[in-house]
Design a protein around this ligand. Structure first.
Ligand code: UDP
Length: 326
């Protein structure tokens, strides 16, 4: 019996594969846009969730016990100008995957959802059952999938956990795998590219938000802590528990300026900043309450300091100046 990880060669997926392999699971991976070098194990099948025949061929070869579904387009900014890509890749891909799971009688799915399903929250920290009103097509596509899965469970008994990630950051503890998006759009890796001398400055999007220093506030969770929650969610489903959603963050908000300051401390680099206008689709403040994940899954993040999180990312970036180099 194997765990199938879609998007397993991507940033978060590769950390999941590493954790599963380390804990002795048999792992199969589907990926079409990630880095092969990021895989610490597992059998890789190169293809897309858009291709139902490809998915069938993988499920025919593998005795899949459960699926952890990461494969998705995940850029808020891009989703504002190319929403069709998000509904096609994310929603249609998830339908293909869920249908294939039904066909092959695979009962458990752990699904990557996002804080972006909440949009501009009415209160912080955000609880799991707070209203979800996405402000961008990326969040909307993930919310559609959450809703869809509820009905797949109702009609067909497909059990799922939807894990709503807040801002995922950091790298594997030894710095051997980490974040390498092409193009890179996320705040911490871009700041670290400035520290590496690969960019001259950081463009800071929006300084007029209604926050303490005018910049957006986000809740950063270390990628290894995030993956721990996936493995706990898998155990939770295998014990016969009902489908559930969980918010995953540290419960503390850091403004973009605070992140820049923390990165200056960690790297010793001045990180020059150019102030720009707001990026479309960005909510001002996103902070999670992960209380439900703690209470129900027994989850507890190990990385609670932002410097510690940035330190692991810096370990990866400084030892891999060209990322995976492909
Ligand atoms: N951000 C920024 N400059 C950049 C990249 C990101 O100012 O080059 C800001 C972005 O507008 C947001 C925060 O950093 O306020 C976090 O953005 P990121 O893309 O890392 O994650 P998101 O919150 O969109 O998932």
């Amino acid at each position: 019996m194997s765990i199938l990880v879609t998007g397993g060669a991507g940033y978060i997926g590769s950390h999941c594969v590493a954790a599963l392999v380390e804990r002795g699971y048999d792992v199969a991976v589907i990926d079409c846009g990630g880095h092969k070098a990021a895989l610490k194990g597992g059998r890789l099948y190169e293809g897309s969730t858009a291709d139902r025949d490809f998915l069938r061929s993988v499920f025919q070869k593998e005795q899949v016990d459960a699926v952890i579904h990461f494969a998705a387009s995940s850029l808020v900014g891009e989703s504002m100008t190319a929403p069709e890509k998000y509904f096609r890749n994310n929603v249609a891909g998830a339908i293909n995957l869920a249908d294939t799971m039904l066909e092959f009688k695979v009962p458990y799915l752990v699904f990557s959802s996002t804080a972006a399903t909440f949009g501009e929250p009415e209160r912080t920290p955000i609880l799991d059952n707070d209203p979800q009103k996405p402000t961008n097509p990326y969040g909307e596509s993930k919310l559609i999938i959450e809703k869809m899965l509820k009905w797949y469970d109702y009609a067909h008994g497909l059990k799922f956990c939807a894990l709503r990630y807040f801002n995922v950051a950091g790298a594997w503890h030894d710095g051997s795998i980490g974040e390498d998006h092409r193009p890179e759009t996320h705040l911490i890796p871009i700041i670290l590219q400035v520290a590496q001398g690969k960019r001259e400055n950081l463009k800071l999007f929006g300084t007029d938000y209604p926050t303490k220093d005018g910049t957006c506030v986000r809740d950063y969770i270390h990628v290894e802590d995030l993956i721990d929650a996936h493995l706990l969610a898998l155990d939770y489903l295998k014990k016969g528990n009902p489908s559930a959603t969980f918010n995953l963050g540290n419960g503390t908000g850091f403004s973009n300026r605070q992140i820049i300051e923390a990165a200056r401390k960690v790297t010793g680099h001045p990180i020059p900043v150019i102030e720009k206008g707001r990026r479309a689709g960005d909510p001002a403040v996103l902070i999670a309450s992960s209380q439900k994940a703690m209470d129900v899954l027994g989850w507890k993040p190990k990385y609670t300091s932002i410097e510690q999180i940035i330190e692991t990312a810096w370990k990866w970036h400084s030892t891999h100046p060209n990322g995976y180099g492909d």
